[in-house]
Design a protein around this ligand. Structure first.
Ligand code: ADP
Length: 614
């Protein structure tokens, strides 16, 4: 099948969008490719189409579980077989997914980068008929990017594993092995919506590109007006703007409490809003996102703040949320085309983050606005504080390391491999540490390799049965409770002695069941029969090496990172301060596009035009 046939057959599209055809061809030619495309440009098709045109399996590495599930679902709707493996799946589910990919006509296997570190997964990889490695959100591989994920660095190793296994396996597999380049190298397609010139180099280097090869679509967003509003009454300004421009909106804030408070404030002012942050469980997040996605925006007005809305959107009942007030946990992979407005309450850390988040407005190519609220003196002071918080003194790293070990009860020269749920607030309270710099120190210690520290991991529910089997007769139990206890005893052998992770609620609820598993477990815990720790979100800390007397920070480790962070933040402040240059041009030149013309619709262009008319 040619790529065009695949495009038509599976997706129903007649034509590629700009640059898609070139990217697809580059992959089909077996070349490592870095594709830079703005959000909404159609990146997914760039690996989906060539995979379908080839014989074989595409390994898709993507950082967000929500995004994975979304894509797998979309592919299923098109009758394309795809599987995903992520934290939270049981061993059996993972095994089934891998088996399917090995033997079934599966085309896509989505995995989170953390998975690449698992020995078992690596071993299975060698037996999969992989024809392409797609790396989504590829900027995550660069420490200079704004969203560095250390496990992305494993991708180059994975590539070697696949190459080395290819030759030896091709004769054993019952599935036809995909065509591969003569040296058995499977091509890599790296995709990102944002990368500055230095990150572009870094990505190719770290993914071990055989040859440099970048395909770039202009980042120009001609339907998006960039606006900076100076104000020291940000909440009121948000109400004002939202009352003037109808349609779906995202308001980005920097902290969770603020998200909650601002959403409540907007509701008070008659604007339907909800909040979203990483402290919510994935179920809660998905529910909020879903309700917000259902809101459909009316056709947009042409300019910001020039006239009030003639009519309010027809769907502003409680079941539709117009505004989502969120931390930066909200966004990646959200495919809502008619977002009319993205407002930033605070300065993001980098232009990259800003561009990415602002770019979620107007994916339908209709008029949309990206508004940054800016209180110069306050925001600059906050930026300075952020630098200090993010890069605490070296001495402080030592302090946090030892206090955390003490708090967790880890003695000298021991602890390697031990894993803990870490309540950072409690740690800080008991050990007299400041919260935000402590988080930063934990992340830095993680980058230094002493620990690994993953925030907000979803922890599956855990159960232990506290009574002997024969004592159960002494309790009055419903049939459902008994059935559940029996199922637990059957499935989890250690359940009488230790808390065991149990499967999610979905698996349990059947047609006609009165109570969910959660409710049943709560009722059993109340009777004292079991200990039950419900599904939760927690920070996971693992000691990578035994507790050291001293931690060593390589020269430049700290200094380089800190200056880099400061430079990025400075560029963001300059963007906010700028009253001279077209904002669109300014952003584009930051990403290496220097020949764009002025947009005519940002606040600076409008101001200049106004002055010229006078
Ligand atoms: P990105 O990952 O770059 O943000 P997506 O891959 O999610 O973008 O694509 C955005 C939307 O554009 C999707 O709804 C997708 O189906 C649609 N799309 C992509 N390519 C084409 C095409 N060639 N023709 C029509 N629609 C397309």
């Amino acid at each position: 099948m040619t790529s065009r046939e695949a495009l038509k057959t599976y997706f129903g599209y007649d034509d590629f969008r700009p640059l898609q055809a070139e990217i697809v061809q580059s992959v089909l030619d077996g070349r490592d490719t870095l594709a830079l495309m703005p959000t909404g440009g159609g990146k997914s098709l760039c690996f989906q189409v060539p995979t379908l045109a080839m014989e074989g399996l595409c390994l898709v590495i993507t950082p967000l579980i929500a995004l994975m599930k979304d894509q797998v679902e979309n592919l299923h709707k098109r009758n394309i077989r795809a599987a995903a493996i992520y934290t939270g799946m049981s061993y059996e589910q993972q095994k089934a997914a891998l088996d399917n990919c090995m033997w079934g006509p599966y085309h896509f296997l989505y995995v989170s980068p953390e998975r690449l570190e698992s020995e078992e997964f690596r071993e299975r990889l060698t037996r999969l008929p992989i024809c392409l490695i797609a790396v989504d959100e590829a900027h995550c591989i660069s420490q200079w990017g704004y969203d560095f994920r250390p496990s992305y660095l494993k991708i180059a190793e994975i590539r070697d594993i696949i190459a080395n296994s290819a030759a030896s396996n091709s004769s054993q597999s019952e599935r036809p092995i995909a065509q591969r380049a003569s040296n058995n190298q499977v091509p890599i397609l790296a995709l990102t919506a944002t990368a500055t010139p230095d990150v572009v180099d870094d990505i190719q280097e770290r993914l071990a590109f055989r040859q440099k090869n970048v395909l770039r679509k202009s980042f120009l967003r001609s339907n998006l007006s960039y606006v900076v509003r100076q104000t020291n009454k940000k909440a009121d300004e948000i109400v004002h703007i939202l009352n003037r421009v109808p349609g779906s909106a995202i308001v980005y804030v920097r902290n969770r409490q603020r998200a909650q408070e601002l959403a409540a404030y907007l509701n008070e002012k008659g604007l339907s809003a909800d909040y979203y942050h990483a402290g919510l469980t994935s179920k809660e997040r998905a529910a909020k996102q879903e309700v917000w996605k259902r809101y459909s925006s009316p056709i947009p007005n042409s300019s910001l703040g020039e006239r009030p809305i003639a009519q309010r959107a027809s769907n502003s009942e409680a079941s539709h949320i117009r505004v989502i007030v969120a931390t930066n946990a909200f966004g990646m992979g959200i495919d809502k085309p008619d977002v009319r407005m993205v407002i930033h309450h605070d300065l993001p850390d980098t232009i990259e983050a800003y561009f990415q988040e602002a770019g979620r407005a107007g994916r339908d190519e209709q008029k949309a606005f990206a508004v940054l609220l800016y209180d110069p003196s306050q925001d600059k002071a906050k930026a300075r504080k952020r630098v200090a918080d993010n890069y605490p003194e070296e001495e402080f790293l030592h302090t946090v390391y030892h206090k955390t070990c003490n708090y967790l009860g880890v003695g000298a020269d021991s602890g390697q491999g031990a894993c803990f749920f870490l309540d950072v607030n409690d740690l800080c309270r008991k050990m007299h540490l400041p919260i935000i710099p402590t988080y930063s120190a934990l992340h830095l210690l993680s980058q230094l390799g002493y620990i690994s520290f993953d925030e907000e991991q979803e922890i599956r529910p855990r159960v232990m049965i506290r009574v002997q089997r024969r004592e159960l007769d002494n309790y009055t139990l419903t049939a459902q409770q008994l059935e559940l206890l029996e199922a637990l005893m059957r499935e989890y052998t250690g359940i009488f002695t230790e808390l065991q992770y149990v499967k999610g609620d979905e698996a349990m609820r059947r047609e006609g069941d009165k109570a969910t598993r959660h409710e049943l477990l709560v009722s059993l815990a109340q009777k004292g029969i079991i200990s039950y720790v419900p599904r939760t979100v927690a920070n996971v800390l693992r000691l990578e090496v035994n507790r050291q007397a001293e931690i060593r920070i390589p020269e430049n480790f700290y200094v380089g990172r800190k200056t880099h962070y400061i430079d990025k933040l400075k560029a963001m402040v300059e963007y906010a301060d700028n009253k001279q240059y077209c904002r669109s041009q300014l952003l584009l030149s930051y990403f290496g596009e220097h020949d764009a013309s002025s947009c005519g619709t940002c606040d600076v262009c409008r101001q200049i035009n106004k002055q010229q008319r006078q």
